[in-house]
Design a protein around this ligand. Structure first.
Ligand code: ADP
Length: 552
């Protein structure tokens, strides 16, 4: 704009300069020519009067002709040139046919202007008819306007350049003055500007547009915030791919899995083959669901195309963490397999012994032993079924009883009482340490928990060993520990002994009537009471299992 204004001003100056030069030159030249004409006419009149009153016209004209800078010609009535102060009269042809002479003979005076383009001159002739019948002609030659211009062309060009240079400087200053208010416009608040009136409609429109843009922007940010809030609180990862297969948006959960992938192409976002397959399929217009393993966790990827006018141009990918679900599935599968196996073993023995007795193959003295065996296996089966039912109830949280305040010291003492016979048989001394400590919980579940811990502590103890059940009430926590001086557990088993059906020594556990579910029940019971369970054990030294309850 600045350039345009500057150029326009310069052009206007140039045109003005040229026009004014031409006009002024024309006017002055015209004026000069008029003056000249008048002078020539006056001279012709004076000379004609003088000739008419002079005694010797020829003498007089000779004297005047020498002095005059104008051309003076005296022509006889037949057109013969009598005298000419520029050219000898005899060399001149007859002038009768000349228009100014003809006019002078007919009208008393005649004039003619002749232009010589080659010489760039203009000659003005003025002829007067004398009373004697002769014709006096006075002529004056001046440069034509072009000739005049030619002569002063250098000065005209020089002056024009100077004027143009000054005009350029002025044009620059004027341009700056015009542009400055436009440059200083406050576009954020267009109506606050005190500027050219002509800009008012533009500024009003700008103000309207600013308001519209602001309201649209506010709406968009509100929507974006809403979208971020919704997707940010989602557990599922959400990634939106644009038309060019780059990540347009990724929520917090997606970034947790894949890092900051904003702006990256899907190939750079994740190298996982299934991820690439899913995104490519959705970008190609087909939905795709697949499970995959990323950083040791299992995810379900669900990719869907985003379509517009039946042309697929983007994709949305959901990433759902199904690691826990998968683990639970696996555990359920293993549990059912283990349950069938565990049930099968005692049932096979029972069937075997019963068959021998039924078919009369068993010797009479063995029948009572076999019956005892059937009894033991059936009891084991019952214990196993009881444990499975308990565990399932804990698993499902399917408990009929209400939460109550349970005094753990009394509960521990009653468990010790229940197991005293067993302890006596194993020659293990069981004792209780600590004072009263109550927790909020399910009495039967807590009883089961303490019972299983003490039962194990006796079961896996050595002769003359001891078991201590200790209760501590400190720092808003209640700590229940069961120490034993038993066989202990090797460190390699520590991570697994709370798993269902996991036993360190299978044969020994079965001999002692273990189902492999005792500690699993303890773990679930602890979880149900929001308590933390920990294990310390050294082979041949003993084991301590501690459960820490939060006091409520
Ligand atoms: P089980 O019914 O076989 O006792 P548990 O779930 O109660 O099953 O225990 C799992 C395994 O942990 C047991 O087989 C046993 O090897 C080991 N274990 C549990 N408690 C003790 C303990 N106090 N001392 C030594 N080993 C133990």
């Amino acid at each position: 704009m600045r350039k345009r204004i500057f150029q326009s001003i310069c052009l206007a100056c140039f045109i003005t300069l040229v026009l004014s030069t031409v006009c002024i030159t024309g006017v002055i030249y015209n004026d000069l020519a008029k003056e000249l004409k008048k002078e020539v006419e006056n001279q012709a009149m004076y000379i004609s009067k003088a000739i008419e009153s002079a005694d010797d016209a020829r003498e007089y004209i000779l004297a005047i002709g020498k002095e005059s800078k104008n051309r003076i010609t005296l022509i006889s009535s037949d057109g013969t040139v009598i005298y000419d102060n520029y050219v000898p009269a005899e060399k001149l042809e007859n002038h009768l046919s000349r228009p100014e002479i003809q006019a002078a003979i007919f009208y008393g005076e005649g004039e003619l202007t002749r232009l010589s383009e080659t010489l760039g001159e203009k000659t003005y002739y003025y002829a007067v008819h004398l009373k004697s019948g002769m014709v006096l002609r006075v002529a004056c030659t001046v440069k034509s306007i072009f000739g005049l211009m030619k002569g002063v062309a250098f000065w005209i060009v020089l002056i024009s350049f100077v004027i143009l240079f000054i005009s350029t400087l002025i044009a620059r200053i004027i341009t700056n003055l015009i542009i400055r208010p436009i440059n200083n416009l406050n576009l954020n608040d267009p109506l606050s500007n005190d500027t050219y009136e002509e800009l008012s409609p533009l500024l009003t429109r700008m103000e309207k547009q600013n308001r519209k843009i602001k309201s649209q922007f506010d709406e968009l940010s509100a929507r974006q915030k809403e979208f971020d809030y919704i997707t940010g609180s989602m557990n599922e990862g959400l990634i939106i791919f644009g038309e060019n297969a780059t990540v347009l948006s990724a929520n917090k959960s997606a970034k947790k899995v894949l890092g900051n992938i904003l702006g990256r192409s899907y190939l750079q976002a994740c190298r996982d083959v299934n991820f690439i397959k899913a995104v490519e399929s959705a970008l190609g217009g087909r939905s795709f669901v697949i499970k995959t393993n990323i950083n040791g966790r299992v995810y379900q990827l669900s990719a869907n195309p985003v379509e517009s006018n039946l042309k697929s141009y983007a994709a949305v990918l959901f990433i759902i963490d199904i690691t826990d679900k998968e683990q639970a599935e696996k555990m359920r599968y293993e549990f059912s397999a283990n349950v069938s196996h565990e049930l099968k073993t005692p049932l096979t023995s029972i069937l075997g012994y019963a068959e021998i007795i039924e078919k009369g193959i068993a010797k009479k003295e063995d029948i009572s032993r076999f019956a005892k065996q059937i009894h033991t296996e059936a009891a084991r089966l019952l214990t196993l079924i009881d444990d499975i039912i308990r565990l399932s109830r804990l698993d499902e949280g399917n408990l009929i009883q209400e939460v109550e305040k349970v005094e753990l010291s009394g509960l521990c003492k009653s468990v010790i009482d229940e197991l005293s016979e067993k302890a006596k048989n194993k020659n293990v001394k069981v004792s209780f340490e600590g004072g009263p400590a109550a927790v909020l919980g399910y009495r039967s579940v807590l009883h089961e928990m303490v019972y299983n811990l003490c039962d194990n502590a006796i079961k896996y103890n050595k002769g003359n060993g001891s078991v201590i059940v200790k209760l501590e009430d400190e720092n808003n926590k209640i700590k229940l520990s069961v120490f034993d001086t038993g066989v202990g557990i090797a460190p390699c088993h520590h991570g697994r002994i709370f798993e269902r059906f996991y036993r360190v020594d299978k044969s020994h556990s079965k001999d002692t009537g273990g189902t492999g579910l005792g500690l699993s029940i303890v773990k679930h019971a602890a979880l149900l009471h929001d308590a933390k369970i920990s294990l310390e054990s050294r082979p041949d030294v003993g084991t301590t299992i501690t459960i820490v309850f939060n006091k409520k």
